[in-house]
Design a protein around this ligand. Structure first.
Ligand SMILES: [Zn+2]
Ligand SMILES: [Zn+2]
Length: 356
């Protein structure tokens, strides 16, 4: 649990500390002006930011990024100020998560598919000559519709609203039904978020993973069947578990050529396969058109939650309908962000939290 807001250092309204990544394994704190929220915007005092793979890969150099960069897109904090003419029922001091926004007017918004709205990634901000989602800074601005109430939820768990919203999006895109057979490939944080989300939909969740610790964590978070992929063939095992049909949904939460091949091979008729993870370098992936046609299977990608998914994620966290605290390994203050990132890139870690 994070410390309550009253124990946090006094809020400075003039300048803020921001951790700027100047290059690979090169991050330092800068003192920058606190931005003022404009019309329709909310200024959030960031309290906890979870380190996701984007920040890890940018820091380690595993994924190319544009520097200087201010990472941190899994953000919880409190409302510090509300801009003029802002349509919100939030009050200064309320706990919030910073999440998906949308313009409300474009084709994608008007058809309820706001992930594709240009404002969805209105997430990125300017910090001097640096850019980024900004969770590694003490304040950030967000348009009001991208700020979500967290109630009394702890900031660290609240920061996991964003990854949970991605998994809720996958479950919703899959239209999961009660009792359906769902396979999650890979039980890293995002695989585990998918376990949590699919369980909320009443699915039977089969997890395939090579690491026994991660399998144990999957069980703890609600997985109903575990497959140790080092010991048994996951495709055969899924067929056994499903009376030979295969799974109605497979979520590949690991970006790996072999996982993709296995995932396709374990799909049932009408089954749908979700590419949930990016892979660097990008592997090839091929489907058989006739087989896809004959069996009415489908493949699609999921990257990010829409507003309704983010709202649902914050409600699950706010009302204690899910417990994501096992996914938090350790917390570091902003001053130790380099140590936090070094910790986060170690294999076997779940989420590392930066407290601000
Ligand atoms: Zn993330
Ligand atoms: Zn829009």
């Amino acid at each position: 649990m994070t410390s309550p807001a009253t124990e946090a250092p006094a809020v400075r309204t003039d300048t803020m500390r921001v951790a700027v990544m100047a290059g690979v394994r090169d991050i330092s704190l800068q003192e920058l002006p606190v931005p003022a929220p404009g019309p329709g915007q909310i200024l959030v005092r960031v309290r906890a930011t979870a380190i996701c793979t984007w920040e890890q890969r940018s820091y380690s150099g595993a994924q190319h990024n544009k520097f200087p960069f201010v990472g941190g897109h899994e953000i919880a904090g409190e409302v510090a100020a509300i801009g003029p003419d802002t349509n919100t029922d939030l009050k200064v001091g309320e706990r919030v998560a910073v999440g998906s926004a949308a313009c409300g007017r474009c084709h994608w918004c008007m058809t309820g598919q706001d992930r594709a709205c240009k404002q969805h990634y209105g997430f990125n901000q300017k910090y001097g000559d640096a850019w980024g989602p900004g969770g590694f800074g003490e304040y950030r601005i967000q348009v009001a519709d991208g700020v979500y109430r967290l109630g009394d939820a702890a900031y660290d768990v609240g920061a996991l609203s964003e990854p949970l919203s991605c998994a809720i999006h996958a479950s919703r895109m899959l239209d999961l039904r009660v009792g359906q057979d769902v396979v999650v490939l890979g039980a890293g944080v995002m695989g585990l978020m998918n376990v949590v989300a699919a369980r909320q939909h009443g699915a039977r969740v089969i997890v395939s993973e090579v690491d026994p610790n991660r399998l144990a964590m999957a069980k703890r978070l609600g997985a109903t069947e575990l497959i140790d992929a080092t010991k048994v063939d996951p495709v055969e095992r899924v067929r056994e578990l499903t009376e030979g049909r295969g799974a109605e949904a497979v979520i590949a939460a690991i970006g790996h050529e072999k996982a993709n091949e296995q995932g396709l091979a374990m799909l049932s008729d009408r089954g749908r396969f979700v590419l949930f993870a990016a892979a660097h370098p990008e592997p090839t992936f091929s489907i058989l058109p006739n087989e896809t046609h004959n069996r009415e299977t489908g493949v699609f990608g999921v990257i990010s939650g829409e507003k309704q998914d983010f709202y649902a994620a914050t409600r699950l966290i706010r009302y204690g309908l899910v417990d994501l605290s096992p996914l938090i390994d350790i917390r570091y203050p902003l001053a130790e962000i380099a140590t936090a990132l070094d910790h986060a890139v170690k294999p076997g870690t779940y989420r590392v939290i930066v407290e601000l």
